[in-house]
Design a protein around this ligand. Structure first.
Ligand SMILES: *Cc1c(COP(=O)(O)O)cnc(C)c1O
Length: 374
């Protein structure tokens, strides 16, 4: 654990566990006290550090975790995480290790359901917890509404599995102009999940909300909510973002400063041409680290001494150049790429992307530094 002397002398991704706990508390303040919380830690905890995030959330009393794939769940178990883990999109080839590591599959189609039951039977399981996923309009993964009869029939023939939860996923919970569509998804889920529960004769947990639905659709909270992006400090709403704290700060330093003259070019393909006498800085981070070439040519900027320095020319694999003309700075000085003053959501907007994509793209070449800020 670093006490973060601010300048780490290289490119680092600071992960602020206090910010994470702050966001957890804010999100739970928007729920009824009995509503359970599932923390989504897929894709390395949205590009941060899934194991550190999961440990902190366990301390906060989180009820469940979700990952996308089995290997992500295995990594959490290896790190000593004991909370139940839902695997949202397990692949059939990994069902064996899923059961070995007590991970819980989402079952979303007849093919996947049959394959899982046969694996659970082969491993002599009884009442192995599974989660039935319904498609209510996203058209990505999920059983159809009229599959409930089929699911119930299959469950009659085996004791190997037990339905721990029934869930669905919303397509546009952040978009209030799609309110009618979302209300239809909620109504459809309510009807289908009730039908299935009635047939089961016991009540599985129901869940449908992601972060934006926690904020925008209290009627969709059901027994549990699944929050990902909100935990990391982003909410798809500028207004709500003021209540959250970005968990990660991406920092680097200035490797070299060049003074250039009018018409001189910078970087590959000579993509930038100086308009006058300019000062530019080279930073040790590039597209191999997750700062896509789209941020080049003036589309993105970084902060040097708190001032905006546009990314100029083409982003290289391991470096990029920024225009620091008029900014009082030196080689070795700290540079903020993503953080509270330059949020991932804003930065991503410049290239028509979203915070999710920018955060999860940050490569593992970048050192992660766990810290606790005020
Ligand atoms: C990724 C994911 C979530 C989390 O969504 P956020 O918008 O990050 O809160 C929830 N549910 C499912 C099924 C997901 O795939």
């Amino acid at each position: 654990m670093s006490n973060y002397p601010d300048n780490h002398g290289e490119t680092v991704l600071e992960i602020d566990l206090n910010a994470l706990s702050h966001n957890y508390r804010y999100l739970t303040s928007r729920l009824k006290s009995e509503t359970k919380v599932l923390g989504v830690v897929k894709a390395f905890g949205y590009g941060s550090d899934a194991c550190e995030v999961a440990k902190e959330l366990e301390n906060q009393g989180v009820d469940y975790f979700a990952v996308a794939y089995v290997n992500e769940g295995v990594a959490l178990r290896d790190a000593g995480i004991e909370t139940p883990i839902l695997v949202l999109h397990p692949q059939i080839v990994n069902f064996g290790s899923l059961i070995d590591r007590c991970l819980e599959p989402a079952l979303y189609s007849p093919r996947v359901f049959r394959e899982f039951v046969s694996e659970a039977e082969a491993k002599n399981q009884k009442d192995y917890p599974v989660h039935i996923k319904f498609n209510t309009g996203l058209n990505r993964l999920g059983f159809w509404e009229n599959d409930t009869e089929w699911i119930l029939q299959q469950l009659e023939t085996t004791e190997s599995v037990k339905v721990k939860s029934v869930f669905s996923h919303l397509a546009a919970s952040e978009d209030l102009s799609e309110r009618e569509f979302t209300m239809n998804q909620i109504a459809s889920f309510r009807k289908t999940s009730e039908e299935l529960s009635k047939g089961l004769g016991y009540q599985p947990m129901l869940h449908q909300s992601n972060t934006s639905a926690i904020l925008n659709y209290p009627e969709a909270h059901f027994d549990m909510v699944r929050t990902g992006i909100g935990l990391y400090g982003y909410s798809n709403s500028e207004e709500i973002d003021t209540n959250l704290k970005p968990v990660v700060t991406l920092k680097t330093i200035i490797s070299q400063i060049h003074k250039i003259e009018p018409e001189e070019s910078v970087g590959y393909n000579r993509a930038y041409r100086a308009k006058g006498y300019e000062t530019i800085a080279t930073l040790p981070i590039g597209h191999a680290d997750g700062i896509s070439r789209n941020y080049g040519n003036g589309n993105g900027h970084v902060l040097v001494q708190g001032k905006k320095a546009p990314i100029i020319g083409n982003v290289c694999m391991d470096m990029l150049m920024v225009n620091i003309s008029g900014i009082d700075c030196r080689e070795g000085d700290e540079v903020i790429i993503i953080g509270e003053e330059n949020p991932a959501s804003k930065m991503a907007e410049h290239v028509e992307s979203i915070s999710y994509e920018l955060l999860t793209a940050l490569s593992h070449r970048i050192k992660r530094v766990i810290c606790r800020k005020q």
